[in-house]
Design a protein. Structure first.
Length: 392
């Protein structure tokens, strides 16, 4: 269950990196509503956004090893930010050593779960533009990555389920006894049913936002819809007409169905040596006018879907948490055509603190540049780097 709360939106006022990625030193003060990092490729613009994402969502879209986050030649790294809503002030920091991450808030040690949701973020990269045509696993991750920022329990249940499914798959590969597999199925049913219910509830709340925003973006007049088919429901290949609304939502009912399905498909799981039943194998599909968007939608339509999805994440975060997330746009404006870029820029002018990276300012509206803080990043980062806002 997602618990809603109301609060004032926090804003990032300053950032500081030490030996993080390619930066020996990086600091940025007096941060406003819109910051644009401009510089050539490979200068480290994306690394700045990754640092912000780590401090807000406690994760990175790159899924790096800790050692990859520490500058070559350094023993450790530290990134920090100061945030405020005008009444309270928080200092969040992340210390990184090989194999170890340590978060602090106002100097007190905190777990990653304590960081998520304080100041949530939504990341949008060029890779995300493939979301509409990628596999269900990518779509499931997109829903879950949002969910873990909205409630602590979502993260715990997802973590426990993923550990359980990895263990079960290892048992199946090793041809363990039926008794041992069935014993782990009991745990799988418990956390799997909970994860399904969490994900289904979030999916149900998110999709109407996506559909509305897509209607605002697209001019084709084709309605967006999405389906979520549980692993235990048999559907024809390519069919996205069965939605989660047709599956039960009650946790105890779902547990019963999962338990029965695990028994029924035990032989098939044995033969294929992997787990087939559970939310790790649920199917998510997008459709336009009832037709599978991964097959029939044009590239422009698919990109409109992804843009609508990301903006819907921002809207739902505000709806659930009562605060605006930080929006991180990594070189996506150059990937969008004029109309979609205009839609995204129009959204940025709202009350969402936004950080953008770009190789140049082509494609930015003049008024957007005028109100932004422009941070020019140099080509070379061999010397200590301190970037300051340069107001255009």
């Amino acid at each position: 269950m997602i618990v809603e709360r109301v609060g004032e939106s926090l804003r990032i006022e300053s950032l500081a990196f030490a030996d993080f990625r390619n930066y020996e030193r990086f600091s940025l003060d007096g941060i406003g509503d819109l910051t644009i990092f401009v510089g050539p490729n490979a200068v480290g613009k994306t690394n700045v956004l990754e640092g912000i994402q780590l401090l807000t969502s406690a994760s990175s879209f790159r899924h790096p090893q800790v050692s990859q986050l520490v500058r070559e030649g350094a023993d450790s790294a530290r990134i920090s930010m100061e945030v405020t809503d005008g009444n309270r002030r928080l200092s969040t920091a992340l210390s990184l050593e090989p194999g170890k991450k340590k978060f602090t808030i106002n100097g007190k040690a905190k777990g990653a779960a304590d960081v998520r949701g304080v100041l949530p973020s939504v990341m949008f990269t060029p890779d995300d533009l493939e979301l509409a045509k990628k596999s269900s696993s990518v779509k499931r991750d997109a829903v879950d990555d949002l969910g873990v920022q909205l409630t602590r329990n979502y993260y715990i249940v997802r973590r426990d389920y993923e550990k359980t499914i990895r263990y079960k798959n290892r048992l199946l590969r090793d041809e363990a006894s039926r008794a041992l597999v069935e014993s782990i199925n009991e745990t799988l049913v418990t956390c799997g049913a909970q994860l399904f219910c969490y994900r289904a509830a979030l999916f149900d709340r998110l999709v109407p936002h996506v559909a509305r925003v897509y209607g605002d973006i697209a001019r084709e007049g084709e309605a967006f819809s999405a389906s979520y088919v549980p692993s235990w429901m048999k559907v024809a290949e390519g069919d996205v007409g069965t939605s989660v609304g047709e599956a039960p939502r009650e946790r105890d009912v779902v547990r019963g169905i999962m338990a029965e399905s695990l028994e029924r498909f035990y032989g098939e799981e044995r033969a294929r040596r992997r787990s087939l039943i559970g939310p790790h194998n649920d199917q998510i599909g997008f459709a336009l006018a009832g037709r599978d968007a991964s097959v029939f939608a044009s590239q422009g339509q698919q990109r409109s879907i992804v843009l609508a999805w990301k903006l819907a994440e921002v809207e739902l975060t505000r709806e659930v948490l009562g605060v605006s997330p930080v929006l991180l746009l990594d070189d996506v404006l150059s990937e969008l055509d004029a109309s979609r870029r205009e839609m995204l820029v129009g959204f940025v002018t709202d009350d969402v603190q936004t950080f953008v990276t770009a190789t140049d300012l082509d494609g930015f509206a003049g008024e957007m540049v005028e109100r932004a803080q422009l941070v020019e990043l140099p080509r070379s980062v061999s010397a200590p780097l301190t970037a300051r806002p340069k107001v255009g």
